[in-house]
Design a protein around this ligand. Structure first.
Ligand code: IVH
Length: 675
């Protein structure tokens, strides 16, 4: 390609990438896979690397975090960033309408817009001539902090508007308000990743989002799965929309992700919408602390004015609190698969949102100290969506003097060996490789669905096997005999035979599953599939050097070190010998997948709907792609399979009407394993 063609290609790639981004984040209807997106991005990066002077500020390559800053500069907002008055039930909402009707009767005849009240960090985005030039926090409403570099890393934030070429022309100046946040699933996955790496985990999605944006290193922000929804125009040039409903449509047409909203003819229907969402709260993939009811017409809303910082024309209708207080009866300590000790709260049982809570996480030992949580304290606890309940902190005013300080145990609560605190890590570990609590967790992981998938081997049975000394490492599972099982409580012949059969069946699982099952730090399903494809069997993988492993895409030095470490350990070598001896030694053709041979899902197009139990959204994508499949966002004639989890959406009906094969999670795994 000559220079001018190359330059044109770069411009075309930027256009295409921007549109794909928009389809993904705004329309929720991607037409290419993440893998294809990354390939286009890599092509653009390669061109720009050779021609740095061609890089435009809105190039999608410019999202990767820049160098850390020394501090944030202050930003004056062009108009006050107001707050909202609250209502906690329908009557309070009706009282609001009565109040404002006294100021202006027209509100009794007007329509409303109902939107989710997102619980994240409020941000103010400024565009000049269609370019994203500045992003700030709300601060005190008048002055915020400049976090432009951090906000650029969020792929849902348009770097240029209109995003789509057919969109409306962008005004010369536009300031938009939105909320940056993290979905509950992304939050859970981030925490799992941090935990696996022995790092400090986060409390809740809101704090994580806020913390990720209000820190000085954009590269860190870039590594966090943040997203954004925009719900208001703060100010701008030219003819701007006159209603909230039109504003949302306009923002969406420009390429901003906007919240789902409902327009209602009167307040009673708005209240119904709020009640409907309240009931469905647990199905919403991100945290909401309520809904916002807004008078649709801006002229009416503005005429009503502001009380303090709260505009009279809008109302936050808060969801019933999922925050309660109860007594902290004791602090227990769990031992994880890697030996990490984690404290948990044993609570006087309380009901939150229909669920009785008896235990809650306390996070780590530092947290107990930071919050000065004492045994016997009255504590505030919170449960949100799928997030495990956690202790927010003590109510110090309720102390009686009877409370006790908690001391980090110096011995493992399971095996009694001394515990250690590794330098630079917050966690305390039990390093005894034969600790029964760790063994139970290891075996539990080994037999789990995404790993060796031994049906019927639940936690109770695992505990029994470990307690009776029948299982001293995972390889012992394959040495279990009928008479061993029959001596266990609750085992009759049928149950024993079924379990033995399930164990036998698991011997034919492919190498990637066994690798996942072994529980090497950082080796989840995706890395395991990559390693299996590269090395073909455990002998070859065991000989791989750190350097060689670290060069593999998606592996890096930490995982490489963990793998080498794992194979060097005596105890693990003995496990491997025993597995081989039991005939469990899967092997496969090296590079079959990367060469496009026999990727089990090669050439097949998938759509995913609903909540899966073993995968987050990103994991299922990676899993399907790792096996050669292509993932798209919407069901069409070109879809081969729909993977359906809990609470599937309308995609399920569509797939059914088109006669597309529908797979449950176990069926998908079978499909992958059988090829
Ligand atoms: S409207 C004049 N809409 O909730 C406009 N706010 O408790 C006032 N928030 O500070 C804000 N979702 O940061 C509005 N759909 C939504 C919102 C929303 C979240 C935040 C906003 C505000 C806070 C008030």
């Amino acid at each position: 390609m000559d220079e001018s063609d190359l330059r044109q290609r770069a411009a075309q790639l930027r256009d295409e990438l921007r549109i794909h981004n928009y389809r993904y984040y705004v329309l929720d209807d991607p037409i290419i896979s993440d893998f294809e997106y990354d390939q286009l991005l890599a092509e653009l990066q390669a061109i720009e690397a050779g021609h740095p002077d061609w890089i435009t500020p809105d190039s999608p390559t410019q999202r990767a975090g820049s160098e850390p800053a020394a501090g944030f500069t202050k930003v004056n907002h062009p108009a006050p960033i107001l707050s909202l008055a609250n209502a906690y039930d329908a009557d309070e909402a009706r009282a609001w309408l009565t109040r404002i009707a006294k100021l202006d009767e027209r509100v009794l005849e007007t329509d409303f817009v109902v939107e989710p009240k997102l619980d994240g960090l409020t941000v103010v985005l400024q565009y000049r001539d269609g370019m994203f030039v500045q992003g700030a926090t709300r601060g005190n409403g008048e002055i915020g902090e400049d976090i432009t570099a951090n906000l650029r890393t969020i792929r849902a934030v348009p770097l240029r508007i209109p995003v789509a070429n057919e969109g409306p022309e962008a005004p010369a100046y536009l300031v938009v308000r939105g909320e940056a946040f993290m979905t509950i699933a992304d939050f859970a996955q981030l925490n799992a990743r941090l935990e696996a790496a022995g790092e400090k985990t986060y409390l809740n999605p809101r704090n994580t989002a806020a913390g990720s944006l209000r820190q000085l290193d954009p590269k860190l922000t870039a590594s966090r799965p943040l997203t954004i929804l925009c719900y208001a125009i703060v100010t701008g040039d030219g003819q701007l929309p006159g209603t909230q409903w039109e504003s949302l449509e306009y923002l969406k047409a420009l390429g901003f992700p906007v919240p789902q909203a409902v327009r209602c003819e009167d307040l009673e229907s708005a209240i119904k919408v709020v009640e409907h969402w309240t009931a469905k709260r647990s199905e919403i993939p991100y945290e909401l602390d309520g809904m916002v009811i807004k008078i649709n017409r801006f002229d009416l809303a503005e005429a009503l004015g502001v009380v303090g910082k709260d505009p009279r024309g809008s109302l936050a209708f808060k969801f019933p609190a999922q925050e309660l207080t109860t007594r902290l009866l004791d602090i227990g300590v769990n031992v994880g698969r890697t030996g990490v000790l984690t404290p948990y709260a044993i609570l006087e049982p309380v009901e939150i949102g229909g669920v009785v809570v008896r235990k809650a996480t306390l996070h780590n030992f530092d947290y107990i100290e930071e919050k000065d949580i004492r045994i016997g304290d009255r504590v505030r606890i919170k449960r949100a969506g799928d997030v495990i309940p956690y202790v927010i902190g003590p109510i110090e005013a309720a102390r009686t003097g009877e409370e006790r300080l908690f001391l980090i145990p110096d011995r493992c609560p399971s095996c009694g060996e001394a515990v250690v605190n590794l330098p630079g890590e917050v966690a305390w570990y039990c390093v005894n490789t034969t600790c029964p609590a760790q063994l139970v967790r290891n075996v539990e992981h080994f037999v789990s669905r995404g790993a060796m998938d031994i049906a019927g081997m639940g936690i109770k049975i695992v505990e029994q096997l470990v307690q009776e000394n029948l299982v001293r490492d995972v390889a012992d599972i394959y040495r279990l005999k009928r008479e061993d099982l029959l001596q266990l409580e609750g085992f009759a012949e049928k149950k024993a035979d079924n379990l033995l059969q399930a164990i036998e069946i698991s011997k034919s699982r492919p190498l990637a599953r066994l690798l996942t099952a072994l529980g090497i730090r950082g080796v989840g399903e995706v890395v395991a599939a990559e390693l299996a494809d590269r090395y073909g069997n455990l002998d070859a993988l065991g000989r791989a050097s750190k350097e060689e492993l670290a060069e593999i895409d998606g592996i890096g030095p930490n995982i490489a070190e963990a793998v080498v470490d794992w194979f060097e350990r005596r105890a693990n070598q003995s496990v491997l010998l025993k597995l081989k001896d039991s005939g469990l030694w899967p092997s496969e053709i090296v590079g079959a997948r990367t060469r496009g041979l026999g990727g089990a899902l090669e050439g097949k197009t998938f759509v995913v709907t609903g909540t899966l139990s073993g995968f987050s959204r990103q994991e299922i994508k990676a899993y399907l792609q790792a096996h050669g499949g292509k993932v798209t966002g919407s069901v069409s004639n070109r879809t081969d399979y729909l993977v359906a989890g809990e609470n599937p959406g309308s995609k399920l009906q569509k797939a059914e009407s088109l006669g597309i094969t529908i797979l449950t999670e176990p069926q998908l795994r079978d499909l992958v394993d059988s090829s």
